[in-house]
Design a protein around this ligand. Structure first.
Ligand code: IPD
Length: 270
């Protein structure tokens, strides 16, 4: 996986730690998923699921990271934190609605950023046992195999994913879907932004767009897109790290056409 002998900025050590912690988190998630009936379900807002498993997994990940890297900051979807110059950004269960409804499409997502540049991304679906990982300058891998964006060059042959949440008006989503369909693409919604972006890095999906997504949902995947030569909009523009932004990632051959179809520009702000 191209790990270096020298590690002056601690990236290789952080990458190894994040990978080990994601696997531990995955083991816990799998146990909780299989024993889902014992889990209490609640809502943070409309269509915004929360399970006791989210809190348990975040507790594990946060505890392990704080123990290993007391000098770093931490921001988690469930417990918050601070976005500093050396920060871990974590979604303990991305795809919580799927988890709650017995659909095995969810993951733990762990990203590490230095000076607001995402450097390490690790995403693990413990049910399919797919382990996606990337470190800036060292490629992106799925279960040890190098990932690569698809070489599609025509939206009429493209399979894309459109994310959705009620954080933006329904009319804006309907308009975007119509434009994407009019441009000839086929679309789906999987319900996990992190996996949606990782799938583009792996070429199994050709693009992903969402009118607003949070950094904990997509930062890890963005390292994978960078490492596989995919296109990404300027998601961190403005205060994207803390407040989220529109997101668009795409295989390079359809990036321009997909930007035009979705209306999500290279430079955006929520
Ligand atoms: C959500 C998922 C969903 C995306 C939403 C996210 P959660 O995160 O990633 O696919 O469309 O924007 O909020 O609630 O499952 O962690």
């Amino acid at each position: 996986m191209g790990r270096t002998m020298t590690d002056s900025s601690g990236l290789a050590r952080r990458h190894l730690a994040a990978a080990a912690i994601a696997r531990q988190a995955g083991d816990l998630m799998r146990r909780l998923f299989l024993d889902r009936d014992a889990i209490q379900l609640s809502f943070k807002g409309p269509q915004d699921y929360l399970t006791q498993a989210d809190a348990a997994v975040e507790r594990l990940v946060r505890g392990r990271l704080e123990e290993a890297f007391p000098e770093d900051q931490f921001y988690g979807e469930e417990t918050g934190g601070a976005f500093g110059q050396s920060v871990w950004v974590v979604d303990p269960i991305d795809g919580t609605a799927n988890f709650a409804r017995a659909i095995p499409h969810f993951c733990v997502s762990i990203a590490y950023a230095q000076a607001h540049v995402p450097m390490i991304g690790v995403i693990y679906n413990p049910i399919t046992e797919e382990f996606f990982e990337a470190r800036r300058g060292h490629g992106a891998h799925l279960n040890g195999r190098r990932m690569k964006c698809s070489d599609v060059s025509d939206l009429k042959r493209a399979q894309v994913e459109l994310g959705w949440s009620p954080r933006r008006p329904a009319a804006a989503y309907v308009a975007m879907m119509k434009r994407v369909l009019d441009a000839g693409a086929s679309f789906r919604r999987g319900g996990s932004g992190a996996l949606g972006v990782a799938y583009v890095a792996d070429g199994r999906s050709d693009a992903y767009a969402e009118l607003h997504i949070n950094s904990w949902d997509c930062l890890a995947g963005l390292v994978m897109i960078e490492e596989t030569g995919g296109f990404a909009n300027d998601f961190l523009a403005g205060d994207g790290m803390a407040k989220g932004n529109p997101l668009l990632v795409a295989a390079p051959g359809i990036a321009e056409a997909f930007v035009a179809a979705t209306g999500i520009d290279a430079k955006v702000n929520a």
